[in-house]
Design a protein around this ligand. Structure first.
Ligand code: PEP
Length: 239
């Protein structure tokens, strides 16, 4: 398993359902990773093995994994299959999967167990809706999501948490820096177990705000959606 403590920050590009072979070839030619950081590109799964070289701490990550290990589940990819292809990271519980594919904390927990058993680091995504934020329920929601999604055997070396307020994803809106720091500090204090976890921020991160967000004490990197599709912009974010 990759040693997370070797990196000062972790940056993840989440391409979602975007990209094609020309796009990928150009992207990997132009990507300029910062060797002190860990850079993970979550491409659509059919392209996971297009990244040939991880010598600069660039890794391919999957966007999802099956709940099941094997069997009659057409279209699914298991954690073992990802591990056979040397994939070291996988997003789980992204809000788009919770919303469109009815994932819940229980399925996310099981997927994370399957990943850890196969030496793949789950990046567990959590976050509140705008209504929940307005009702001041953010901390309560996050505590429940994190406690229910994190497998019993998860620890700071085999699991990453990504805080992604749902209302900030793709909207151009972000919490204030104070709010981000307060939430990340809260997450690390939910239980002593989470103290040393890497906690990433995601939601409308771009080159113009990534520096100040990533410099917050309890922010250990960023998960980037839309802005990661432009390699020049993503290069600025990870520099
Ligand atoms: C995401 O999809 O995880 C995300 C953070 O998207 P965006 O950066 O576009 O808000």
């Amino acid at each position: 398993m990759i040693k997370l403590s070797d990196f000062s920050s972790i940056f993840i590009a989440n391409w979602k359902l975007n990209g094609n072979i020309e796009f990928i070839n150009e992207y990997y030619q132009k990507l300029l990773p910062n060797p002190n950081n860990c850079t993970i590109v979550c491409s659509p799964s059919i392209f996971l093995n297009r990244l040939k070289n991880n010598s600069n701490n660039i890794f391919s990550g999957a966007q999802d994994v099956s709940f099941y290990n094997e069997g009659a589940f057409t279209g699914e990819l298991s954690a073992k299959m990802l591990s056979n292809e040397n994939i070291s990271f996988c997003l789980v519980g992204h809000s788009e999967r919770r919303q469109h594919f009815k994932e819940n904390n229980e399925t996310i927990n099981k997927k994370s167990i399957n990943l850890i058993e196969n030496n793949i680091i789950p990046i567990i995504c959590v976050g509140e809706t705008l209504q929940e934020k307005e009702k001041q329920m953010t901390k309560e929601i996050l505590k429940k999501q994190i406690n229910e999604c994190s497998p019993i055997n998860s620890n700071f070396e085999n699991t990453i948490i990504a805080y992604e307020p749902i209302w900030a994803i793709g909207s151009g809106l972000t919490p204030t820096l104070e709010e981000i720091e307060e939430v990340h500090t809260f997450i690390k204090k939910i239980d002593t177990k989470y103290n040393k976890f890497k906690v990433l921020y995601g939601g409308s991160v771009k080159a113009s705000n990534s520096g100040e967000i990533n410099s917050l004490k309890n922010v250990d990197g960023c998960l980037v959606g839309g802005a990661s599709l432009k390699v020049d912009e993503f290069n600025k974010i990870i520099s």
